[in-house]
Design a protein around this ligand. Structure first.
Ligand code: AVJ
Length: 355
């Protein structure tokens, strides 16, 4: 890749994942976790492994699908409510921290309304992010930008130069749904530790709805989600040197109402034996590898989860169908800054839940 423009050399992109390749590094932890998952009686792969360069591109393609309502619905909410969101979040002149930034477009669409002084993009796919951030920096030369390559499922470490007040953590897309509720609580509490009374969290949450709509969003007829799911096996082959044959596996996705989550799996089409340097695993025909949970919350359940994490819902915006919610949270008991002001009351629709 050509990295010779002036912007590139000035734009700090810090790769925490590759910073320390010695024993005990994130790469080793990843390999260990993958092997443990493969050897488990019910095999599993953590969803963060979806996002190599191709996986991130396939995810972007998913967001274009008619069936995948999440991204489009969230975008519509953010667009329609950006003024209220800006007023309620009080990020003006502060630091916008984008967790799982991807190409940064979602955050960028809020720059004009939020008016951050600083933008920090955090994403596990650092190569993918690097290019996007260069493009963004050229479009918004007035905003100080930093890219951080980091696995947000690990405790977040922010470089010392990142602003401490008026931080707005932005965690869109319902990525919180990848965590089981206990993990989600710990993750949110961890974010709370980086937020003072002037800070907030703006988070996207996919809401419970009819199973057919949910199912279609994760099993599209074009097969993009299937490709996204199967791509994780290519990734595995590279990371642990395994010999998965993609044609031996099939994409499976369904809504588990009891857990209120979509589950994605890869199912063996026939009996297969997968080998890697230090071992092997036999899969019977029909046996599955669990690759993702995507939790869907009732609004009240999500507010309760925030509460258990030491945060509280400050405002919430949803679409007409109540399919998706954008929630603004603060630390519980945070003293309101005098210049923050009340969020603009939203016009009375049943879709708006405010504290
Ligand atoms: C990026 C985690 C929000 O769960 O909807 C999309 C990932 N998986 N299609 C989601 C995903 C299958 C997505 N998140």
């Amino acid at each position: 890749m050509l990295r010779s423009t002036p912007v590139t050399t000035m734009l700090p992109v810090i790769d925490l994942e590759r910073a320390a390749p010695e024993v005990g590094s994130p790469a080793d932890a990843d390999r260990d976790a993958l092997l443990a998952g493969l050897r488990a009686p019910r095999a599993w792969i953590a969803p963060k492994f979806f996002y190599d360069a191709l996986g991130s591109t396939l995810f972007d393609a998913i967001t274009e699908l008619d069936e995948y309502y999440l991204t489009r619905t969230e975008r519509a909410i953010l667009r329609a409510r950006e003024r209220e969101i800006a007023a309620a979040s009080g990020c003006d002149g502060g630091t916008l921290i984008d967790l799982g930034a991807g190409n940064g477009e979602k955050a960028a669409s809020l720059f004009a309304a939020l008016r951050p002084r600083e933008y920090v993009a955090v994403d596990i796919s650092v190569d993918y992010m690097h290019h996007s951030l260069e493009v963004l920096q050229r479009r918004f030369p007035g905003i100080v930008m930093t890219g951080i390559g980091a696995d947000i499922t690990r405790p977040l470490v922010l470089p010392a130069h990142i602003g401490r007040t008026r931080r707005l953590f932005f965690y869109p897309g319902s990525s919180i749904g990848n965590f089981v509720p206990d993990q989600a609580q710990r993750f949110l509490a961890g974010l709370g530790a980086h937020i003072d009374d002037t800070g907030a969290l703006l988070i996207g949450v996919d809401l419970v709805k009819d199973a057919a709509t949910l199912q279609a969003a994760y099993d599209d007829p074009l097969g993009v989600t299937a490709a996204f799911n199967l791509n994780v096996l290519r990734r595995l082959n590279r990371i642990i040197g395994s010999d998965f044959v993609l044609a031996d596996w099939r994409h499976v996705a369904f809504f588990d109402a009891a857990h209120s989550r979509i589950e994605m799996h890869l199912e063996a089409r026939r009996a297969v034996c997968v080998r890697w340097a230090s071992g092997e695993r036999r899969f019977a025909a029909g046996e599955r590898i669990h690759t993702e949970n995507s939790y869907k919350y009732p609004l009240e359940a999500f507010a309760a989860l925030l509460g258990r994490a030491g945060l509280e819902q400050h405002a919430c915006w949803t679409d007409e169908r109540q399919w998706f919610a954008v929630v603004l949270a603060r630390r519980s008991g945070a003293r309101r800054r005098s210049d923050c002001g009340e969020p603009t009351p939203v016009d009375g629709g049943a879709a708006d839940q405010k504290r």
